[in-house]
Design a protein around this ligand. Structure first.
Ligand code: T6T
Length: 325
C-alpha cells in the first residue's frame, strides 16, 4: 500500500513539474539509463517505462548498456555516458562494490545518480554514512520479499519436505543476493526442507541447466529449485526438462519473460514472480525529473510484484506484467 502511495505522489510531482516547467534556461533534461545488460527482457521492459515517462515530461532519454551483466563491461559504458554529460544517470549497478568509485566520477562531474533495480553499498542512500550513500534514490522491487514469496510457494509445491537449492547469478549483485537471503530466511520456517548449496551460473542459462543436472545426479531425490533471476530460472527449468524430471522437480522462477507462459502451462514451471520493470524505469525518470526541477524525492521507491501461475496467466490483468522482448 505504502509503495503505491509513494508512486502516486511522484506522479503528482511530475504533473506539477510539467505544468510549471522550471528547467534551467528552459532546457529539456537529458537522462541516461544504463541497464545491467541490453538484451535482457527485464531491462528492455524497464527502458519502455522510462521512455514513456521521458516522453510525457519532454525529456530526452539515452539508453546505453553492455552486452553482459558484468562490471568489467559496464564501467566503460558508464565512463562513456559520463563523457556525454547528461543531467542524470539512472543505472542498474552490476556489483554492489565495484560500481562505487566509477559512479563517484559521475557525481564529481555534477551528474545526478539514481540507481534502478540494483543498488551500491547498502542501498540506504543520503544517510551520511559509508562511502556509497551518494545516489539520490533507489527504485526497485523488494527483493528480500520476493525471495520469501518464492520460498513459500516452493515449500507448498513440494509438500513442505525435501531438498531444494537456489540457482543464482554470482555473489555481489544486490538483487539476487537479497532474493537468496529472503528465500533462505523463509525456509527456516520449513524444517522439513533442506536447502542445498547455491549454484552460481554467471547469468548463463546453459550453465544453470547443466548445474541442475549435476545437482540432480548427486541428489536423485531433489524436490525443487528456485531460479533467482530470468536466466537462472530459464536454465534451471531447461535442466529439469533435459533431466526428464518435468513436473517432479518443482521450479519457482524469478522474472517473467513471455517464454515462461508455455512453461507454466506445461507444468514445467510452477510459478513466476514478475517484477514491474516498466514502473521502475518510469518512476526512475520521474524522480530524476522532479529532483532536477527543485522537488524533493524519496530516497527509496518500491515497486510491486505479480505472481503468475498457470491458473491466472491468461488474465489480461496478469499477462500485462509479462516482460516485453
Ligand atoms: O532479475 C532481473 C534483475 O532484477 C536482476 O538484477 C538481474 O537479472 C534480471 O535482469 C533478470 O535477468
Amino acid at each position: 500500500m505504502k509503495r503505491r502511495v509513494l508512486g502516486a505522489g511522484l506522479a503528482l510531482l511530475a504533473i506539477g513539474a510539467l505544468a510549471t516547467p522550471t528547467d534551467a534556461a528552459g532546457k529539456k533534461l537529458t537522462i541516461a539509463l544504463i541497464p545491467g545488460l541490453t538484451t535482457d527482457a527485464f531491462y528492455i521492459t524497464m527502458h519502455k517505462g522510462a521512455q514513456a515517462a521521458a516522453d510525457a515530461l519532454g525529456d530526452t532519454l539515452v539508453f546505453q548498456g553492455a552486452p553482459d551483466f558484468n562490471p568489467v563491461v559496464q564501467v566503460p559504458v558508464l565512463d562513456a555516458v559520463i563523457a556525454r554529460h547528461p543531467d542524470a544517470i539512472l543505472i542498474a549497478p552490476t556489483d554492489k562494490v565495484q560500481l562505487v568509485q566509477p559512479l563517484k566520477k559521475a557525481i564529481d562531474a555534477g551528474i545526478k545518480v539514481i540507481t534502478v533495480d540494483t543498488f551500491i553499498g547498502t542501498g540506504k542512500y543520503q544517510t551520511g554514512s559509508g562511502d556509497a550513500d551518494f545516489p539520490l534514490s533507489y527504485v526497485a522491487s523488494d527483493n528480500i520479499l520476493g525471495g520469501q514469496i518464492a520460498a513459500r510457494a516452493l515449500a507448498k509445491a513440494i509438500g513442505d519436505k525435501g531438498k531444494v537449492y537456489v540457482s543464482n547469478v554470482k555473489p555481489g549483485v544486490s538483487t539476487t543476493d537479497q532474493r537468496e537471503e529472503g528465500f533462505k530466511d523463509e525456509m527456516k520456517n520449513h524444517p522439513g526442507i533442506t536447502v542445498l548449496e547455491t549454484q552460481y551460473n554467471d547469468d548463463d542459462a546453459n550453465k544453470a541447466a547443466s548445474q541442475l543436472q549435476s545437482v540432480l545426479a548427486r541428489n536423485p531425490d531433489l524436490a525443487g529449485v528456485f531460479g533467482a533471476n530470468l536466466f537462472s530460472a530459464l536454465g534451471a527449468a531447461n535442466g529439469v526438462k533435459q533431466g526428464g524430471a518435468a513436473g517432479r522437480i518443482k521450479v519457482a522462477a524469478f522474472d517473467a519473460p513471455k517464454s515462461i507462459v508455455g512453461q507454466l502451462k506445461s507444468g514445467l514451471v510452477d510459478m513466476a514472480i514478475a517484477q514491474h520493470p516498466a514502473e521502475i524505469g518510469y518512476f526512475g525518470v520521474v524522480a530524476a525529473h522532479a529532483y532536477l526541477n527543485g522537488q524533493s524525492i524519496p530516497t527509496a521507491i518500491g515497486t510491486g510484484f505479480t505472481v503468475i501461475t498457470k491458473d491466472n496467466v491468461d488474465d489480461p490483468n496478469v499477462s500485462r506484467f509479462l516482460y516485453s522482448e
